[in-house]
Design a protein around this ligand. Structure first.
Ligand code: ZN
Ligand code: ZN
Length: 272
């Protein structure tokens, strides 16, 4: 499937360009996309609002405390910690994205409509994300980082200053990991945005510090089976080279008998 709009990717050889059964249209008018968009409920919206407010409050609190315990002699280990945090976030973004794209279904209780639905919608209507506001874009990722952020805040209020000073490089690793996980879907949204991006965002994309637009197009070719990492995308090439996702899928299919991306294909083929 090619992404609609200016970011459209050319399908690779042998990749399906459209679903069987003649459902030609992709994008907001696709029957599956419309049905999935309607499943976005007020309860889900409230959960996203609460997650975003709590998450950004905890980020500010933890950042202030982290700066307080930083020491000049920590610089090399802090830099290594931040780099490792970004790599870990990229890997986790891939693992989570792969899991939601490949397994489970929208019909699953609670998680189906709340967390799997947006992934299905995104493949049928890749530019819908560019029409989502800040809350819908970032709500789920903010929700995921709440527990580690709260844990970090608890550490800052309960540990001795000496212990906090000593663990500062580790905390920088955890904080970089949390920040990049929190930002992942915003970065992903930018990778689908072709007009009006701030210059600093384009600069970060061009230098591959965050997911570049051209790079992410590789994922948006049916059947969406590679390049799942969407934070920086640094791990996509090496993971594809070692056939990491394919191996994981073979193991899970062997154990459970489930076919990868069966639900994703079902939604893509929905024509009325
Ligand atoms: Zn995907
Ligand atoms: Zn995408």
């Amino acid at each position: 499937m090619a992404e609609s709009g200016p970011g459209a990717a050319a399908p690779r050889d042998g990749a399906a360009e459209e679903p069987e059964g003649g459902g030609r249209r992709w994008g907001a008018q696709h029957a599956g996309a419309r049905e999935l968009a309607e499943l976005y409920s007020p309860g889900k919206r409230l959960q996203e609002w609460i997650s975003v407010i709590l998450c950004f409050s905890l980020i500010c609190f933890n950042f202030y405390n982290l700066l307080f315990y930083l020491r000049l002699e920590h610089t090399p280990s802090v830099l290594v910690g931040i780099f490792a945090g970004v790599i870990t976030a990229d890997f986790l973004s891939g693992l989570f994205h792969w899991g939601a794209d490949t397994w489970g279904s929208v019909e699953l209780p609670i998680v189906g409509k709340a967390f799997i639905r947006p992934f299905r919608e995104h493949h049928i209507d890749p530019t819908a994300i560019t029409r989502h506001d800040f809350i819908e874009t970032n709500g789920d990722n903010c929700f995921m980082t709440l527990v580690p952020l709260a844990n970090m805040a608890y550490k800052f209020v309960s540990f001795s200053p000496e212990a906090l000073c000593e663990s500062c490089p580790w905390d920088c690793y955890v904080f970089a990991l949390i920040i990049f996980i929190t930002m992942t879907n915003q970065i992903h949204k930018w990778s689908h945005t072709y007009f009006g991006l701030p210059r600093w965002v384009v600069f970060l994309q061009d230098w591959h510090i965050i997911l570049p637009r051209k790079h992410h197009r590789i994922h948006h070719v049916s059947p969406h089976e590679t390049y799942f990492c969407i934070t920086t995308g640094w791990l996509n090439y090496p993971l594809e080279k070692i056939r990491f996702w394919r191996c994981l899928e073979n193991i899970i299919q062997g154990l459970t008998g489930e076919k990868p991306r069966a639900d994703d294909m079902k939604w893509a083929q929905k024509i009325k």
